[in-house]
Design a binder for this molecule. Structure first.
Ligand SMILES: [Zn+2]
Length: 398
């Protein structure tokens, strides 16, 4: 899939360069709101938008790319202005970046899966007092043997599904990570796996490792993000999965939605692929329950952080009252005293997990009979607004 319009091709290249600069700008924002940086960013955005507006693309694919670029630039502009104090509408910012979310999050909070959550807590109680750290040298020896088996399962399964090329491989590291969580580095095709995702404990004098969470992370990072990278490599630059597009805002729901939708595949993979991973019924039950409460947990943490951010802007706003109104659970107001999981800057980006999960699940459901749907979903990292149009185009034209 290539851009035909010559000027759009140029803008796509320029946007790629601009995005590298925007990444630096985001980094700067983490330290200090800098008016000099803002001015430079806004000049680039205005210039790119002016050129985009002049285009009259005739090909439908070109129109989609132009819309994707326009949506990205507008959201990046509003984000830059918001966190440098020029504009004030927090809800508009969240909705531009992620799509409408609040009603959906409140619905999930209202229907919180208390049953699975409680069931999981009871299972976890069996491990109280037995857990040991994954960095223990004795555990590391166990992990050295175990990790290649998990890696093989992920690779074999991805290839069986046809979402990873037959020669695909990746580098993996269990060293402590920079971000204190696991992540995939597309430029060097490397997975930094946080060893805390291995649930390690001692039973009857020997070390046991429940690797289900770590395995789920590998499904997320490799069958999600790495596969997305591979299939987007020949797309226009603004749609590729690389460092330049990694801090683009409006494509995050698509990227994270793909990856979150790969989590449940581990249940099928464990039964349909030959492997040497030893696990108990309890290990499996724990991850099943964890997956079941995921949407409740994500929604609650995002919603609570959002209410705390609202309170910061308006001291008369009462988080406790809002929580009660939504949940009708008087005990939940206890959280009122706790710190939110996300600061209002990172919250904007985290909401992409929730809207992305819904976006990709809805598309998968709608196209459940299609043989092309995986290929379509993995081709390019699209703005959430344009993705459904691209999927339709892929099914009619490709
Ligand atoms: Zn992810």
């Amino acid at each position: 899939m290539k851009i035909k319009h010559a000027d759009l091709k140029k803008i796509d290249n320029l946007y790629h360069e601009f995005n590298n600069l925007y990444n630096v700008f985001l980094d700067q924002l983490n330290r200090i709101s800098n008016p000099v940086a803002l001015e430079e960013i806004l000049t680039h955005i205005t210039e790119l938008r002016k050129r985009l507006k002049k285009l009259r693309p005739t090909e439908f694919f070109d129109k989609l790319v132009a819309e994707h670029l326009m949506h990205s630039l507008n959201a990046q502009e509003y984000y830059a202005k918001y966190f440098t104090g020029t504009v004030k509408n927090y809800d508009k910012l969240i909705d531009d970046v992620n799509g409408k979310w609040l009603k959906y999050a409140k619905q999930n909070v209202k229907n919180y899966d208390y049953k699975s959550s409680w069931h999981m807590m009871k299972l976890n109680a069996d491990f109280y007092g037995k857990l040991i750290h994954a960095d223990d040298p004795k555990v590391q020896k166990v992990l050295e043997k175990l990790v290649p088996h998990i890696k093989k399962l992920v690779l074999d399964y991805g290839k069986k599904l046809g979402i990873l090329p037959s020669k695909f491989n990746f580098d993996i590291s269990l060293m402590p990570t920079h971000r204190q969580r696991s992540y995939y580095l597309p430029e060097i095709n490397r997975l930094e796996l946080d060893s805390n995702e291995f649930w390690c404990f001692i039973e009857k004098g020997s070390i046991h490792v429940n690797c289900m969470c770590a395995m789920r992370t590998m499904f997320h990072e490799i069958l999600g993000h790495a596969a997305h990278k591979v299939h987007s490599a020949k797309m226009p630059k603004s749609l590729q999965f690389d460092n330049s597009t990694s801090y683009m805002l409006v494509n995050r729901p698509h990227k994270e939605g793909i990856a979150l939708n790969q989590h449940p595949l581990i249940f099928d993979a464990l039964t349909s692929i030959k492997h040497k991973i030893i696990f108990t019924k309890q290990d499996l039950k724990r991850i099943e329950l964890d997956e079941a409460v995921t949407i409740s947990n994500i929604s609650f943490q995002l919603y609570f952080s959002y209410l705390k951010a609202k309170e910061k802007f308006n001291p008369k706003f009462k988080v406790k009252d809002e929580l009660y109104k939504t949940t009708k659970n008087p005990g939940i107001a206890r959280y009122y005293k706790e710190k939110p999981s996300y600061h209002d800057v990172s919250l904007i980006r985290e909401i992409a997990y929730l809207t992305g999960l819904r976006l990709v699940s809805n598309i998968k459901q709608k196209y459940h009979k299609s043989k092309k749907i995986n290929q379509a979903l993995l081709s390019g990292c699209w703005s959430w607004k344009v993705l459904p149009k691209f999927i339709r185009y892929f099914h009619t034209e490709i």
